[in-house]
Design a protein around this ligand. Structure first.
Ligand SMILES: C[S@@+](CC[C@H](N)C(=O)[O-])C[C@H]1O[C@@H](n2cnc3c(N)ncnc32)[C@H](O)[C@@H]1O
Length: 298
């Protein structure tokens, strides 16, 4: 399995991630540097200036004027006028989610999500693959377990979590299951096992891919699914109470395009990643809390 490149900056809080509709930016903020230029040499200075001007207009005009102008000018790209630049290719710039260039872009959302829920990562913690995120985001961990589907040095639990008896019952305060559920054909059974394995009040922190290429490496052969926020919610509702469930989707067309091309986080404009367009979910996150045991009747 490829190792993750860790990065600490910009992930202290996901407060900067913007879910509001209608705040889509057409390009980088005037103050943001155009990180994209090293990759897309064909975006000319003139093109970048136009992009910044469009962004400035879209941010500063009153809404009704913006809507009218947007219809007339901003959104209008005559057919045949698109500059495909370095994206005019039928194979990606990098086939491995950007690992060969730096940090995969989806890690921005995955690690923002874990930062936001760092308080959940305590007590007895199970993480899939390795304990990297537990070490980085957890505190007050009393026992660390690592799950792997087959032999792996760090693993304390081996097996397919969609099967009965692989995970202990009511054992964990927190389960970190990042980028794994989509590899399991029977996701319903896996989510039911997650719920069973949590202590009452325990929390599962789960991420799954939405818009994504299929892994060209170790996990590609077993890749079964991509999810939307809607399907993730329906899936987790089968095993968890609605009140304990928070499902969110992160990404936009810029993120999706750069991610599909295998660009790395280090070379894209992070401000542009923060806008969330529900029609382009790159990463879906799920926080699922198991209901606390009801007090016995008097
Ligand atoms: C792509 S890695 C992701 C894990 C890693 N922590 C991350 O965030 O990148 C896939 C992990 O899924 C686990 N896995 C795949 N199928 C599984 C299954 N049926 N049951 C349990 N774990 C499984 C593998 O053992 C592996 O650790």
């Amino acid at each position: 399995m490829m190792s993750r490149t860790s990065y600490a900056s910009d992930l202290d809080s996901k407060a900067g991630i913007d879910h509001r509709p209608g705040t889509n930016s057409a390009g980088p903020t005037p103050s943001a540097k155009v990180c994209f230029s090293s990759v897309s040499k064909s975006i000319s200075t003139k093109g970048a200036k136009q992009l910044r001007f469009r962004t400035w207009l879209s941010r500063n005009l009153p809404q009704p004027l913006k809507a009218a102008l947007g219809r007339a000018i901003l959104g209008k790209r005559p057919v045949g006028s698109i500059d495909f630049g370095d994206f005019a290719r039928s194979s990606p710039i990098n086939r491995h989610f950007g690992y060969h260039r730096g940090t995969p872009i989806d890690r921005f959302y995955i690690e923002s999500f874990l930062t936001s829920h760092a308080n959940d990562i305590r007590g007895r913690v199970l993480e899939v693959g390795e304990a990297t995120y537990s070490r980085r985001f957890g505190s007050g961990i009393t026992q660390q377990d690592v799950l792997h589907v087959d032999e792996q040095p760090e693993a304390t639990i081996l097996g397919d979590i969609s099967r009965d008896g692989v995970l202990p019952v009511a054992a964990f305060d927190c389960i970190i299951l990042t980028q794994t559920l989509h590899l399991i054909f029977d996701m319903r059974a896996a989510v039911a096992q997650l719920e069973r394995a949590l202590k009452p009040g325990g929390v599962a922190l789960v991420t799954v891919p939405g818009v994504s290429s299929v892994d060209a490496g170790e996990w590609g052969g077993g890749w079964c699914w991509s999810l939307t926020a809607h399907s993730a919610r329906l899936l987790f509702r089968e095993s968890f109470d609605d009140q304990g469930l928070t499902v969110e989707a992160f990404g936009n067309v810029y993120t999706a395009t750069c991610f599909l091309q295998g660009l790395a986080l280090e070379e894209v404009d992070r401000d542009m990643l923060k806008h969330c367009d529900k029609h382009y979910p790159v990463t879906v996150t799920i926080r699922a809390r198991k209901a606390r045991a009801k007090p016995p009747p008097n």
